[in-house]
Ligand binder design. Sequence first.
Ligand code: PMT
Length: 214
Amino acid sequence: MHVLITAGPTREPLDPLRYLTNRSSGKMGYALAHAFVGAGHSVLLISGPTELDVPGGVDFIPVETAAEMHSAVAQSLGHIDIAVFAAAVADYTPASVAAHKIKKAAATLTLELVRTPDILGAARGEFGFTGTLVGFAAETQNLEANARDKLVRKHCDLIIANDVSKPGIGFGSDHNEVLLVYPEYNEALPPASKHTLAHHLATVILELHQRRKP
Ligand code: PMT
């Protein structure tokens, strides 16, 4: 099977020194890449900047911005059977990037931000992807309802939802606790290390892919 995984944060530049980003470490996505390659699959990992080593045997495209991740995914999806979007992609990026360091002057500074491309949302329509599509949902409230909304809007086969307001899981942690949201039902998984969870998720996603085959 050919598996594409997005992971890590994006960095949206403000000026040559500064960027907007988030707390994603990439651990969840890299653990998934490790699990799929360990199960004998061909894995392409498209990742924003992290401190992690790329798992052995995994093809790798490093990116910085949401726009770069969008174009790397667009160019790669053609031969992919299963796509898993674990990256924490910035939803907004500065409307313009200053050519030089923004100097401090007034007491307040207002930034104008514009929407980034929704990469997961583009998979079915813009990219024409017909394989198994798995998204994540990072929520701080109404976990199931918000994840189900993403499942429907983004035409996914599965959303892996995590409540990132819970201490000890989610962004940056070695552990996670997720709710699997399918079109017909939900399944809550117990807290586990991202390593253990990724192996279970890889099995679940491969079974889902087999079930969905015509
Ligand atoms: O990286 P770690 O430190 O290990 O943390 C793991 C994690 C918390 C980042 C991971 O488990 C997770 O939840 N990833 C998704 C984070 C996120 O941005 O969720 P979201 O609910 O904002 O986005 C929904 C889905 O759309 C995600 O699959 C996301 O990759 C995708 N998306 C979002 C915005 C955008 N412009 N393009 C996208 O593809």
